[in-house]
Design a protein around this ligand. Structure first.
Ligand code: ZN
Length: 429
């Protein structure tokens, strides 16, 4: 679980860096699920989408509840494609919408309050805006609308303030249906609700997308796609295989029975593969379906989903997910293919600095998490042997370790203090 406090350490510049991360990585931050205040900030409203016109229109009712004292304004990233139609509320003094911002491809909307707010002192206001969006609309080639959180078609607090929301999304073309992952259906009227997210989840709509269900024993996988049956069947069967593999390895003591894959009707040059930020176990898949091991990485995150995202503790998510992907490759494609990938990690790791001592936002962050981290796990498996290593992985998920110290404690439990010290040394060198 993550806490609100972890958000406060970021200034706007780092917040922006963070924001750009999803564009660069396979994965996306998945934070802010915990609720630490009784009354939290909430947003309710409508989002209207005009397909051919690429028109967006939003009317949002905010109840903003500060988590620290002395707040006199609040700001949001918001696409600079829109104009503010209305912003009013009893305690609102003024607002400004600056469309040109250095190094930030969004506008920044700042709302000024008449007086400074105390902790927990709620203020309400209405925000309406509209415009023609240059992002998220592919009516011709892919018949697809994607209100991806990175596009800032829905505003995000620049300080990553946590909020609950309830958005009713509507589209003006009856050929288009929204993906309703929660109710496992396509729908023309989407009501999306999320509790304590600091980011909106994607709202997506398309033409001729179908839910296809695959089951085996107690496992169920939904593939949402408009692709040919052969492709959908392949993805469905592979998804079941991945689910089964992880439930028998990393998730042996904590089973996951189902998930959904949204197979976007466009190539991965447009979208990355990611998990939805708030919905239950939804993976947005965009790769060519022959790159199925990428899906395994994402599925493994149903277990590897902890560790502070803002520090190198994120290795507890990403390095483990990446190594889990390799374990799946070993399981399905054999030792030779696995070794080939390990050799690559080994070679690349030579040039990389210490995992734990590195800066989370330094220039090598990605390779340290996705290359060096998994290589260290490979080395640990070599020391422990396959059986003990698998025991460790399933124990980590059973206990739900949340930091490196706890991980090392679990390691020591199944081995000894020398192994613990050796591995700690490796994490530091
Ligand atoms: Zn990942």
């Amino acid at each position: 679980m993550k806490h609100l406090n972890s958000l406060k350490i970021y200034n706007i510049k780092k917040g922006y860096l963070l924001l750009m991360f999803p564009l660069l990585t396979l994965c996306i931050f998945n934070i802010g699920y915990s609720k630490t205040v009784n009354e939290s900030t909430s947003i309710k409203g409508y989002l209207y989408l005009g397909v051919v016109e690429r028109h967006v229109e939003a009317k949002l009712e905010y109840k903003y509840v500060p988590i620290e004292a002395g707040i006199s304004e609040v700001s949001f990233y918001l696409t600079n494609d829109v104009e503010i139609d209305e912003l009013h509320g009893h305690g609102i003094k003024d607002y400004s919408f600056s469309k040109e911002n250095a190094q930030i491809p969004f506008g920044i909307l700042t709302v000024e309050f008449k007086e400074q707010l105390e902790i927990g002192q709620a203020i309400e206001f209405t925000l309406s805006y509209s415009g023609r969006s240059t992002k998220g609309f592919w009516p011709n080639k892919y018949k697809w609308i994607d209100i991806d959180p990175d596009f800032m078609i829905l505003p995000s607090f620049t300080d990553y303030h946590t909020f609950d929301y309830e958005i009713k999304a509507r589209v003006n073309d009856s050929d288009y249906k929204f993906v309703d992952a929660k109710n496992q259906q396509m729908t023309s009227r989407l009501n999306v609700e999320a509790t304590s997210a600091n980011y909106f989840s994607s709202i997506v709509a398309g033409s001729e997308m179908n839910f296809n269900q695959f089951t085996e024993g107690s496992y169920t996988v939904n593939i949402i796609s408009n692709k040919a049956d052969s492709v959908v069947n392949y993805l469905g069967n592979k998804s079941l295989e991945i689910l089964k593999f992880f439930n028998n390895t990393i998730g042996e003591k904590k089973k996951v029975n189902s998930f959904s894959v949204l197979y976007r009707p466009m190539p991965d040059s447009i979208f990355r593969t990611m998990r939805n930020l708030t919905n239950d176990r939804l993976i947005m898949f965009t790769h060519n379906h022959d790159l199925i091991h990428t899906l395994a990485h994402e599925v493994s995150h149903f277990w590897w989903n902890r560790g502070n995202d803002y520090t190198m503790e994120k290795w507890l998510d990403e390095s483990f997910a990446q190594y889990s992907e390799l374990l799946y490759v070993r399981h399905t494609e054999g030792l030779e293919k696995f070794q080939e990938k390990v050799n690559h990690l080994e070679k690349e790791s030579q040039r990389l600095p210490s995992l734990l001592k590195s800066d989370r936002f330094g220039k090598n962050w990605s390779d340290i998490l996705y290359v060096k981290g998994p290589y260290l796990l490979y080395q640990l498996e070599e020391v422990l042997g396959k059986e003990k290593f698998m025991l460790l992985l399933s124990n980590l998920n059973e206990v739900e370790v949340s930091n490196t110290e706890e991980m090392l404690n679990e390691l020591e439990k199944i081995s000894n203090s020398e192994v613990r010290n050796m591995f700690y040394q490796k994490l530091n060198e």
